[in-house]
Design a binder for this molecule. Structure first.
Ligand SMILES: Nc1ncnc2c1ncn2[C@@H]1O[C@H](COP(=O)(O)OP(=O)(O)OP(=O)(O)O)[C@@H](O)[C@H]1O
Length: 252
């Protein structure tokens, strides 16, 4: 990477008792769409909890644009947008009220919140739902609102933890293509945790995680070439030593 990294993770580990959920993980991200690919239990959510400062790592350091997550968490979080695996909207409030609340928490003034909300909802093609209570939205539109909310503060890094779980294929494709466009047009860095091969195939870079370890970090085509396989799924099997599928063919 020639540009300065947006995210830098250096030899980070996290244990739950004797279980090492994240094991000496190091990587750097510039702008672009990065898939964090791994099956259930790989350590993806734990890594996200470390990146967002919810847990401190047992060892290692994380920096966002040179700002330490351990020592300057509020400043680092100000540059980060997060869409968690579990939906987290207030369902009784309207879309706009949810966005207003988040913006105010981040010290934004009302005019700025309204301008940014309108821009994000318009880009996501859901501007008309602004006055609608979130409870009345489809699952796909709720996720879009969470994405609009994460983008309100114009973050440099966007973390998305299995953000498409439970969405129908059309909603999944819309969300994916919108995030890809943000990376291209706004130089955003996105780390997108998934266990779905087709989502990883769409990424600029894939970080393969398995049993707490980062096994590889490269573009999909490079992973396929490096493992002398013909698909990303086979490349994953080759790297991880897994030999069979436990779920649908499109998943790990
Ligand atoms: N709070 C916790 N206490 C104890 N063990 C945990 C805790 N959270 C996760 N683990 C364990 O740590 C390992 C990594 O889990 P993690 O949730 O980070 O993986 P993941 O890749 O995000 O999987 P999933 O997609 O199922 O969430 C798993 O073995 C899991 O059982």
């Amino acid at each position: 990477m020639t540009e300065a990294p947006i995210l830098s993770v250096q030899t980070v580990s996290k244990h739950y008792g004797k279980l090492c959920a994240v094991n000496q993980v190091s990587f750097q991200l510039g702008s672009g769409f990065h898939a964090l690919l791994g099956p259930n239990g790989a350590g993806k959510s734990t890594l996200f909890q470390l990146l967002t400062g919810l847990f401190a790592p047992d060892q290692g350091e994380i920096h966002l644009n040179g700002i330490s997550i351990r020592h300057e968490l509020p400043q680092a979080l100000a540059q980060m947008g997060v869409v968690f695996q579990q939906p987290a909207l207030d369902l009784d409030l309207s879309v706009q009220a949810n966005l207003d609340f988040y913006g105010r928490l981040h010290g934004m003034n009302k005019a700025n919140i309204r301008t940014r909300s309108h821009a994000a909802l318009t880009q996501l093609e859901i501007a008309e739902v602004s006055p609608t209570p979130c409870r009345h939205l489809s699952g796909g539109n709720r996720r879009k609102v969470e994405l609009a909310r994460a983008l309100l503060t114009e973050p440099k890094l966007l973390l998305m933890d299995e953000a498409t779980v439970g969405l129908d294929p059309a909603s999944r494709a819309t969300l994916l293509s919108y995030v890809q466009r943000l990376c291209r047009e706004q130089g955003l860095s996105v780390l997108w945790a998934t266990h779905l091969i087709d989502e990883a195939e769409a990424a600029d870079q894939v970080l393969v995680m398995h049993k707490g370890k980062l096994l590889a970090h490269a573009p999909p085509a490079a992973l396929i070439a490096q493992t002398q396989t013909s698909t990303l799924l086979d490349a994953f099997f080759q790297l991880s030593g897994e030999t069979r599928l436990e779920k649908r063919p499109a998943q790990l």
